[in-house]
Each structure stands twice: as C-alpha cells, then as structure tokens.
Ligand binder design. Structure first.
Ligand code: GLV
Length: 309
C-alpha cells in the first residue's frame, strides 16, 4: 500500500517524503514520479498536483491536501470527484493566520506606513487614529480560519462583521448572508478576504465590490490570488477608492518580477506566508488523518471537491 506525494517544489517534496516516512513507517511513501505500480497507491498527499495525476491511481481512497484549501485539487478536470479530499488544518496554521490578520489590521488601523514615511522625513508627526471600537473590520468568509481570525480581531476591540453564505457568525460578530453582500461591503474600513476559492467566489475582489466599499477603505487578501481582479485593484488604488492593499496571494506565484504590485506604494506584499503549513506540526496532522482513514474513520476535515471547500 503506497502513499504518493506530489509537490511542485523539489526541496519540499524531499522534505515531506523523508518526514512522512518517519511519521508513517507502516506505509510506503514515494514521490509520485517514482511510482511504477500505480495500482498500489491508496492515498496521495499533494499540493498543486499536475492535472491528470490523481486519476491514474485506480485504487485511490483519499487525497490529502497539504493545506487548508482544496482548490488546487478541484482545478484538475480529471480528478475522480467521488474520491474524498482531506484538508490539513492544524492549530499552528490557524494561529499563524490569526497573527497575520491581527498584524495587518493593527498596522492599517494605526497608519504605520504614514508614521514610517514621517520618520523618513524626520518629521515628528503625531497621528491620532480612532480607537479600535470605532474601526469597522469585515471578513469575507467565516470558515474555520475566517471565524478564528474574526474573533482575534474582535478581541482587540474592533467592530467586526462577517459575510458568509448562511450569515451565521460567532458571538459578538455581526453576520451578513449571501444576499446582504452590498450592505456588508458598505460598512467596512478594512475588508479581509478569507474565502475558499470556488466558481462563486473567484474574482469577488473586483471593481464592483470596491465601488460598494467606503472610499479610502483597505483590503487584505490572505485567501487565493484568483479572488482578486488585479487590474481592478490597480484602478481602484489609482482613483483612491481603495487606499491600500495587503496581499499574501497572487494569480501567479512567485509574483513575477515585472509585476506592478512589487513597487506600488500602496501595496504590501507577503509571499504566501500568512498561514504557511508548518512542516513539523502539519506533518503530524497529515499522519493523524491517514491513521484515521486506515482505521476506517472519517477525519473531521474530510470533504469532496464538489463541495468546493
Ligand atoms: C494555504 O494557502 C493553504 O491552503 O493552506
């Protein structure tokens, strides 16, 4: 019984192979490209697998995503949709996302970039910002990471709301449902995107959305690059409709050197690290999920590509 591993980064592929071999000594763990007996593969542990790869494993029982998202698997038109996908969600990943969102909400709230610009001018420029309860933060997406991050920001004192299909929100957070998107957008000084990428959410950060936000609002995208129409953002930054963007994810990663975001004064770029999977604790979550599958049980984070997330 074999576990196939597929990751685009060769160094990470070696690391994951070695590490999972230690954690799951009872399994044969091989990079997908080295497997000749395709019929022996029962699990595949993947990040951005090549299209068609997983369909070649006729006895595949489950695919494990090295990450919280499954869009990189659902994007494969040949994926056998009846095979479940297990997401990797662990406390470290959640903690990292909460830290990232808190960091950037506070940075925008306290106008850190204006203070840094003042320092460069040697200008003793005291900026008085509103206090957190007077700053409205909105979360697009209240899934596992969205809820936790919204609660973290709420605990800092901000006025927090969230938009999700059902409108259900944790205590203290105002919930807006699918039909209330415009009302939700109109309230936020800072809009945080933590949505899963599905055909419904792709391109949600676009001109029409920006127009409905208060002029001068900021966005933070720590979900997927395809949520954002990049040209629409550049236009909204130019007009001042959007004051600034904090982006962790991009349509093309790594972001090409020629991309205008790199040097844009109102864009802060981070290289898809908001909630990077920790190789040590992430490996343990994956090993635990595989053991759970081996025992015939259903991991909590099991889903299907048809569900979209
Ligand atoms: C990272 O982006 C993930 O899906 O975990």
């Amino acid at each position: 019984m074999t576990i196939a591993l597929s990751l685009p980064n060769p160094e990470k592929l070696i690391w994951w192979t070695d590490h999972l071999r230690k954690l799951l000594p009872e399994h044969q763990i091989l990079p997908a490209a080295n497997i000749t007996r395709l019929e022996d593969v029962i699990y595949a542990v993947v990040w951005q697998p090549p299209a068609g790869l997983l369909a070649r494993f006729a006895n595949l029982k489950a695919t494990i995503s090295i990450g919280a998202g499954i869009d990189h698997i659902a994007a494969d038109p040949h994926y056998p949709t009846d095979i479940p996908v297990v997401k990797t969600i662990g406390p470290d990943m959640t903690q990292r996302m909460c830290e990232y969102i808190a960091l950037h909400v506070l940075r925008l709230h306290r106008q850190l970039s204006d203070l840094q610009a003042a320092q460069r001018r040697k200008d003793w420029h005291q900026i008085v910002t509103p206090t957190a309860p007077n700053r409205k933060i909105g979360f697009l997406g209240l899934g596992h990471l969205g809820r936790q991050a919204a609660q973290t920001v709420k605990a800092l004192g901000f006025d927090v709301a969230g938009w999700s299909r059902s409108g259900a929100a944790p205590d203290g957070i105002e919930g807006f449902d699918a039909a209330q998107l415009d009302t939700f957008l109109a309230r936020n000084d800072i809009l945080v995107c933590l949505l899963p990428l599905t055909p419904d959410t792709s391109g949600i950060l676009r001109a029409k959305t920006f127009e409905k936000m208060p002029k001068g609002a900021s966005i933070i995208n720590a979900a997927r690059g395809a949520h954002l129409i990049e040209d629409d953002l550049l236009a909204a930054l130019k007009s001042g409709q959007i004051a600034s963007a904090t982006l962790d994810v991009f349509n093309t990663e790594p972001l090409p050197e020629s991309h205008p975001f790199w040097t844009h004064p109102d864009v802060l770029i981070t290289p898809h690290i908001a909630s990077l999977i920790d190789p040590i604790s992430g490996g343990e979550v994956i090993a635990a999920n595989i053991r759970c599958l081996d025992a015939g049980d259903t991991p909590i984070a099991l889903t299907h590509v048809g569900q979209g997330y």
